[in-house]
Design a protein around this ligand. Sequence first.
Ligand SMILES: Cc1cc2nc3c(=O)[nH]c(=O)nc-3n(C[C@H](O)[C@H](O)[C@H](O)COP(=O)(O)O)c2cc1C
Length: 390
Amino acid sequence: MRYLTSGESHGPQLTTIIEGLPAGMPLHDTDINNELARRQKGYGRGRRMQIEKDTVEIVGGIRHGYTLGSPVGLVVENNDWKHWTKIMGQEPLAPNEEDEVKRKVTRPRPGHADLNGAIKYGHRDMRNVLERSSARETTVRVAAGAVAKKLLKELGINIASHVTEIGGVASSVKAYDSLENLKEITENSPVRCLDPEAEKKMMNAIDEAKQQGDSIGGVVEVIAEGMPSGVGSYVHYDRKLDAKLASAIMSINAFKGVEIGIGFEAASKPGSEVHDEILWTEERGYYRRTNRLGGLEGGMTTGMPIIVRGVMKPIPTLYKPLQSVDIETKEPFTASIERSDSCAVPAAAVVAENVVAWELASAIVEQFYSDRFETLKELVEQQRTFAREF
Ligand SMILES: Cc1cc2nc3c(=O)[nH]c(=O)nc-3n(C[C@H](O)[C@H](O)[C@H](O)COP(=O)(O)O)c2cc1C
């Protein structure tokens, strides 16, 4: 499966085309809209999230509630476009309109794509960079992920996420009864955190950052239960599922690190406290006493829950001055802001969940025959039985 996205932050719409989905899979726009709404929530978001109420329009590949096997086209309109039609329009501008209309950006923000993108593509107006490097694009990545999530759900694979740290405040709740229970708690938490004490402190930290014109980052954890064992492969570097998951997390705007299972903690522990002992019962087949390696060994699933964490740096657009240089005058200046969030970690957890869903669904579609969804379902079930009886 693959998808491309197109669209600028203040353009008319964001678009994605998904290719490679099986035919006969149920899919409704509500499956996607639920995920889009989850991405827009979260304590610490700025005004943009009040302007945009994202909803998807399915423009291809679905008939009467089922995929056709043809590419699925999804469109999310930018409600703010009406205020940007001149600034972001496709028509050439008359020379006398240039300065007035373009809202030209010549002051790069440290930590954003502005300066490097301008140098790379030769843009003297960095709006040409920031309109696409903006995390607004994650809207359609979530839309594509929502489709993948639907596929996983139909195959009995459940996926969720939670925020484990914001601005140095860590959640101390690591256990949860079930993924459903985790979802229930996090959906009602403004910061998507399992720990009510930490939740309050995280919200205070966000308020404080906002007051000081600053921003804060954090850590999110994604969990997927129900993956059959043996998905992915050890035989070649580009088929390793852990590598694909790491790449997916790192591709989210502002993500600077990934861990699978206990991750970096493994550096300070002996092997006997890292590797997951193998047990067997007739009823369950093979399983592990622990799940420190986060459901992945040798680039393949073990059948235990997949656990992937990602760290998000603080958002680069600050109200608090940071020094930079105007590319026209070469004069130093401090701070120029587009509208900005002070913390987007809760939203980023939803993005992470959806990009992980995409990789897991793609790995399944790649590994099993997947033209017909009903057959794919049977094959995944067969793989579970095979692994249990092996
Ligand atoms: C959900 C989400 C929302 C974001 N919102 C903002 C924002 O409001 N302002 C900003 O400067 N950066 C924001 N970012 C981060 C930038 O998009 C990101 O830092 C930028 O694209 C540069 O890429 P890099 O940080 O990966 O190097 C956001 C990221 C995510 C995941």
